[in-house]
Design a protein around this ligand. Structure first.
Ligand code: GAL
Length: 423
C-alpha cells in the first residue's frame, strides 16, 4: 500500500548533510528576490513587501527576479537550474512541506534560519503546526511564511448570478453547483472560468473537487496510503470533474489563471474555483466585495481550509547574505504581514496582527483558518513529493482529453507507488 513517509523522516537525510556554509557576503548593496508573482494583483502585493523592506533598509537595491507563470510552473524549473548551477538568488518563494523540504532543504540549497525565530520572537508569533511540522528538518527551521492562501474558494460575479436568478448561500453542494451551471448554460453563459494554459489551474479544480467528494478524512487517507487512488470515491470525484468540463469558458486553454479571473470580472463567466490570490485581482480591478464579487467554499469543501502558504528561504551561499537576512526579518514582521496580505488575498501567518486592518474576505478566511480542517495542497507542492505532483498534473492533462476514469485512477495509483518506493 503506497504511503508517503511523514516529513519528519526526511530529518535523517539532513543529519548527513554538512553544516551550513557561510557565504562570503558581496559588498554590493543588493538583494535578489525570486518568485512567480507577476500578475497584476501578485506584483502589487510583492511591491508592498518591497516597500516595507525599503523603509526598514534603505539603500539596498532589490533585484526582482520574478518568472511569470502562475503556481510557479515556469519559475520552479528556472530556480532548480540556478540552484544546481551554484547561482542561487538570495531568497526565493517556496511552499512549506514537501516542496521546501524535499526540493530545497534536502539537497542542501538552504541555510537554516532558526536563529531568526529566537531573536525576533517568532517562536510565539507563528503557529507551531505550520512552522514545526512543515518547515523544520533536524530541528532547524528553514523559512518564514509571508502569508497563507486558502486554495478551495469558489468566486462568483454577483451581478451575473443575480441576473440569472441564481442565489448562493453560505455553502454550496455539488448538486446545487451543477444546477446553477445548467441554468447559466441554457442562457448561453459559460459557468466556470478556468485559465489552464498552465495545467495546474485545472489540477487545482480537480484537487478542490476531490476534496469536496472525499472530505478531509479521505484526503489524509489518500496521502498516507490508507485510501487508494482508484477508490470508488476518487473515481466519483473524477466524474464530477469531467462533468465540469461541459461548462468551461471555451478559451480556457489559451488563458492564464488571472486572465480567467478577468473574464469573471468582466461578467463573461460566472464562477471560478481558484485560490484566494484571485482576491488580489478583484482588488486591483476595484471590485466591491459582495456587490460585485462573492465567494463560497468550493462545492462540498466547507469546513476545510486548503493551505497554500508562501514562505521565503535563505540560500546557502547567498550572494548578499546580510540583505537576505534583513529581507526575512521584514517578511516575518507584523508590518509587512499586514501590508502584504491585505493586497495578496492571503492571511497573515502571524497570530498577533491587527484584524481590523482587514476587509470582509480576509475576516472570513481568518475565521475559516481558525476553525476548519487544514488540508495540505498537492497541486501547490505541500502534500506529496514533486514526482507525484507532476504525475497529478499529467493525469489531469490526459483526463481532460480522454475522460477515462480508469486510466486516470491507475496512473495515480502507479505514481503513488513510485513516489513511495523512491524514498
Ligand atoms: C501559488 C502561490 C500563490 C499564487 C499562486 C498563483 O502557488 O502560492 O502565492 O502566487 O500560486 O500564481
Amino acid at each position: 500500500m503506497p504511503k508517503f513517509p511523514p516529513l519528519k523522516t526526511l530529518a535523517v537525510f539532513f543529519a548527513l548533510l554538512p553544516g551550513p556554509l557561510f557565504a562570503q557576503t558581496a559588498n554590493e548593496n543588493k538583494l535578489e528576490v525570486f518568485s512567480w508573482w507577476t500578475s497584476g494583483g501578485e506584483s502589487a502585493a510583492l511591491d508592498a513587501l518591497f516597500n516595507v523592506y525599503k523603509q526598514r533598509d534603505p539603500g539596498v537595491e532589490i533585484i526582482n527576479a520574478a518568472v511569470a507563470g502562475g503556481g510557479g510552473s515556469a519559475a520552479r524549473p528556472v530556480l532548480q537550474a540556478r540552484l544546481a548551477g551554484g547561482k542561487p538568488p538570495d531568497t526565493w518563494q517556496s511552499h512549506p512541506g514537501w516542496e521546501l523540504l524535499g526540493q530545497y532543504v534536502e539537497p542542501g540549497f538552504c541555510e537554516p534560519i532558526t536563529e531568526l525565530y529566537k531573536s525576533n520572537g517568532w517562536e510565539n508569533a507563528f503557529p507551531k503546526d505550520l512552522v514545526v511540522n512543515l518547515m523544520t528538518a533536524d530541528r532547524k527551521i528553514y523559512a518564514v511564511i509571508a502569508g497563507i492562501h486558502r486554495g478551495n474558494v469558489l468566486w462568483y460575479n454577483t451581478k451575473l448570478l443575480e441576473k440569472n436568478g441564481i442565489k448562493v448561500g453560505d455553502q454550496l453542494t455539488l448538486d446545487q453547483f451543477f444546477a446553477a451551471c445548467d441554468k447559466l448554460k441554457s442562457a448561453g453563459i459559460p459557468a466556470l472560468a478556468v485559465g489552464d494554459s498552465g495545467i495546474w489551474a485545472s489540477a487545482q479544480l480537480f484537487e478542490n473537487t476531490l476534496l469536496g467528494v472525499i472530505g478531509p478524512k479521505g484526503w489524509s487517507d489518500l496521502f498516507t496510503g490508507a485510501m487508494q487512488w482508484d477508490d470508488p470515491q476518487v473515481k466519483e470525484a473524477m466524474k464530477a470533474f469531467a462533468k465540469m468540463q461541459d461548462y468551461l469558458n471555451p478559451d480556457h486553454a489559451a488563458l492564464s489563471w488571472d486572465q480567467a479571473i478577468n473574464e469573471l470580472i468582466e461578467g463573461k463567466v460566472a464562477f471560478s474555483s481558484m485560490g484566494d490570490w484571485a482576491y488580489a485581482e478583484f482588488l486591483k480591478a476595484k471590485l466591491k466585495e459582495k456587490e460585485d464579487f462573492g465567494w463560497v467554499s468550493h462545492p462540498g469543501t466547507a469546513g476545510s481550509f486548503v493551505i497554500v502558504a508562501d514562505a521565503f528561504t535563505l540560500a546557502r551561499n547567498a550572494p548578499h547574505k546580510e540583505a537576505a537576512i534583513a529581507w526575512l526579518k521584514t517578511v516575518g514582521s507584523k508590518e509587512a504581514q499586514e501590508a502584504f496580505n491585505a493586497i495578496k488575498g492571503s492571511i497573515p501567518a502571524r497570530t498577533d496582527i491587527d484584524r481590523s486592518k482587514f476587509d470582509g474576505y480576509h475576516q472570513w478566511s481568518m475565521d475559516s483558518f481558525a476553525k476548519d480542517k487544514p488540508i495540505p495542497s498537492c497541486v501547490h507542492g505541500e502534500a506529496a513529493p514533486a514526482s507525484f505532483q507532476q504525475a497529478f498534473n499529467d493525469g489531469v492533462t490526459a483526463f481532460m482529453v480522454d475522460k477515462n476514469v480508469d486510466n486516470f485512477a491507475n496512473a495515480l495509483v502507479l505514481a503513488a507507488k513510485e513516489a513511495q518506493s523512491a524514498k
